[in-house]
Structure formats: C-alpha cells, structure tokens
Design a binder for this molecule. Structure first.
Ligand SMILES: [Zn+2]
Length: 98
C-alpha cells in the first residue's frame, strides 16, 4: 500500500508527483488534498481527489503510456500550494462551488 509517511520524518512535502498506478489509487483514496494535472495542450488544473475527471484511464494514458510527455500528475495537500507552485486553477466541475 502506498504510504505518505514513507517520505521521511513525518512532515509531508507540499507536493508529490504521482508516477505509478498504485500511487494514483492511493491518492484517490485520500479524503484531503488535490490532484493537479498538467497538460501541454491546456491549462494546469487542480481537482479534488474524487473528481469525475481524475480517472485511472486518463492517468494511464498520460503518465504510463504517454510517459509524461503531454503532462504530469501531482498530489498537493493544499490548493493554495498547487496554485503557487504550478499555477494550477481549480477545476470547475469539482471546485468549491460544486
Ligand atoms: Zn475536477
């Protein structure tokens, strides 16, 4: 099982790139945090972990099959950090109003 505590001394780093399906599933199971998806063809979006657009299928296409050529997936604990570090914008479908 993927465990964030494996990163070291307890404090979570602000962001974490998601590189494997196991990690992706672990992140999807988190009740907190946001999944940030970068895309060479569109703007960087921050989604809630349970967003309908954050799917194993699209992760597999972009990261596993596409080898991060067209975009990457990151996990952030806070939307503010995602906005600051990657310029991520909140997804309209799962954002605060949804
Ligand atoms: Zn979303």
């Amino acid at each position: 099982m993927y465990a964030y505590s494996a990163c070291g001394g307890g404090d979570l780093s602000k962001s974490h790139e998601i590189l494997s399906m196991d990690e992706f599933r672990g992140v999807k199971a988190q009740p907190v945090g946001v999944v940030v998806v970068t895309d060479s063809a569109s703007e960087t979006k921050a989604h809630r972990t349970n967003c309908q657009w954050v799917t194993e299928e699209s992760f597999e296409k972009k990261v596993i099959e596409g080898r991060n050529k067209n975009g990457r997936y990151y996990f952030f604990l806070r939307l503010e950090d995602a906005a600051q570090e990657l310029g991520a914008r909140e997804c309209r479908s799962c954002g605060k109003t949804g």
